[in-house]
Write a protein that binds this ligand. Structure first.
Ligand SMILES: [Zn+2]
Length: 479
């Protein structure tokens, strides 16, 4: 079961792209217009979208401390390119882009690393530690497209999306009071573990749509201010989309869902900036040389860090249970399972050691365990049609990111903590090999449609059946 689906959205519609190329404004009657121009200046400046970091209980200094530790961890676990020329090029390009971030961005000690991974992906840790897969460089048509991905990542840093999401996730779990106590110190142990998990398996810091859109907009501004053709941002996404029609999306699209109007929003920002500069930079001889060097790097068959080898099945589920308390419900799970937080939409996963595997394309996928999600689907909890329609929608979403998934047994009426629910069984390819059974219980609540998804390979399902039932029996909705 791919656990990317909480954040996966259908790839946005293609905007029809007609953008004016900016022509130099003629200066006529300069003296006469001076007063008016001065009056207009604040207006002109206001046209550019102004973005500021959101609510955050961490200080920027803590972003650096946390990011630095997680980056050390990531550098240990990820296969790096070990190509000094490539890193130097990325650093020089990255610093040039970072210098165009709004004032908040310049305080970070940026670092740029090339990762020897052909998956098209990049990520930035709080404090400015940016990791760019060779796949991004190899698939970019020109320097502007690589700069676009980097500008997008740098914007996540400047807007402090990592610790902002962590702040919101902690608050959503009702841990804010405790959390500020824990994270008040300089170590930030708990969060560091989560950031480490993110760096390793990509399970945390799945940014919200809003955060992604903000990074697109600020990234577009950075590209523009650095003299690049700002259309490269949308072009890179469109290119990926076109290249992957009908296939699993590359990581950059699944980690960076393409919400509706994403391309349109970039185009809108370009218009706000005054159109495409007439002499915008697209490529450089240096980029082409670096791209050739990267293409020639040896391919590392990477073990996905933090992700177990499918040959070793997890230990059997413990019969002792731990309690997880979310904002709106509590649930018990075997105490030898680990919680994988998901900051987006309040979802959370529980899996045994060795329960999260590489799905073969570098994605972390849950092979054994439980995934809980809340979809923003409204409806009267007592209306069984609303529950059925909502469930259908959730299943369709799941099938989008798990194309082999088939319904084995249609929804049957059940009760979960005395609330009406639907129980559906699905078959899917297991990341552990062979087939898996996915047992899904959906319940409609005022805050949305809950899905409790129990996952195990078919061959091992009978060892998990009882545990899954005990877990589901333990669910208590608050009010
Ligand atoms: Zn992003």
């Amino acid at each position: 079961m791919s656990i990317h689906w909480w954040d996966s959205r259908c790839v946005g519609e293609r905007a029809i792209r007609k953008l004016p190329v900016r022509t130099p404004r003629l200066v006529r009657g300069a003296a006469l217009l001076l007063a008016t121009t001065l009056l207009l200046l604040p207006n002109a400046a206001a046209q550019r979208t102004q973005l500021k970091p959101g609510w955050n209980m961490f200080s920027p200094q803590q972003d650096v401390e946390l990011g630095k530790k997680a980056a050390l961890d990531a550098a240990k676990q990820l296969p790096l390119c070990n190509a000094p020329k490539v890193d130097a090029y990325l650093t020089q390009l990255g610093m040039r882009l970072a210098s165009k971030l709004p004032a908040g961005g310049v305080q970070y000690p940026f670092e740029f690393h090339c990762v020897n991974d052909k998956a098209i992906n990049a990520f930035a840790l709080p404090g400015g530690y940016v990791f760019i897969n060779r796949g991004v460089i190899e698939s970019a048509d020109n320097e502007a497209q690589l700069a676009a991905v980097m500008a997008h990542e740098l914007s996540h840093v400047a807007l402090r999306h990592g610790t902002n999401q962590a702040t919101k996730a902690q608050a959503a779990q009702g841990f804010l009071g405790i959390a500020s106590g824990i994270f008040g110190g300089s170590t930030g142990g708990a969060l560091l573990t989560e950031l480490g998990a993110f760096a390793a398996g990509g399970v945390l810091l799945r940014y919200s749509r809003t955060a992604e859109s903000q990074a697109d907009v600020m990234g577009t501004q950075v590209l523009y201010d650095a003299g690049y053709d700002p259309r490269a941002m949308a072009q890179f996404f469109e290119k990926l989309e076109a290249e992957t029609k009908g296939k699993n999306p590359p990581e950059f699209l699944s980690d960076h869902p393409n919400p509706e109007h994403r391309v349109g929003r970039v185009d809108e920002e370009i218009e706000r900036l005054g159109g495409i500069p007439a002499n915008a930079k697209r490529d450089s001889a240096e980029f082409e040389a670096i791209k050739r060097e990267v293409l020639a790097l040896p391919v590392v068959k990477k073990p996905v860090p933090g992700v177990a080898n499918a040959a070793t099945p997890p230990p059997p589920p413990s019969s002792n249970f731990a309690t997880y308390e979310a904002n709106s419900y509590t649930i018990k799970y075997p105490d030898n399972w680990k919680k994988y937080p998901d900051s987006n939409g309040g979802g959370v996963s529980f899996a045994p050691e060795g329960g999260v595997l590489d799905d073969g394309s570098g994605h972390a996928a849950l092979a054994y365990g439980l995934i809980i999600g809340v979809a923003q689907i409204q409806g009267d909890p007592k209306d069984s049609n609303a529950l059925e329609n909502g469930t259908r929608q959730v299943l369709q979403d799941l099938q989008k990111s798990n194309p082999k998934m088939k319904i084995q047994r249609q929804g049957e009426r059940v009760r979960l903590n005395a609330k009406p629910g639907l129980s559906t069984y699905l078959i899917n390819d297991s990341p552990a090999g062979g087939l898996e059974t996915d047992w899904i219980i959906t319940v409609l609540r005022p805050e949305g449609l809950y899905s409790f998804i129990c996952v195990a390979p078919q061959s091992a399902y009978s060892n998990y059946d009882k545990t899954f039932s005990s877990i589901l029996d333990s669910v208590r909705f608050k009010k």
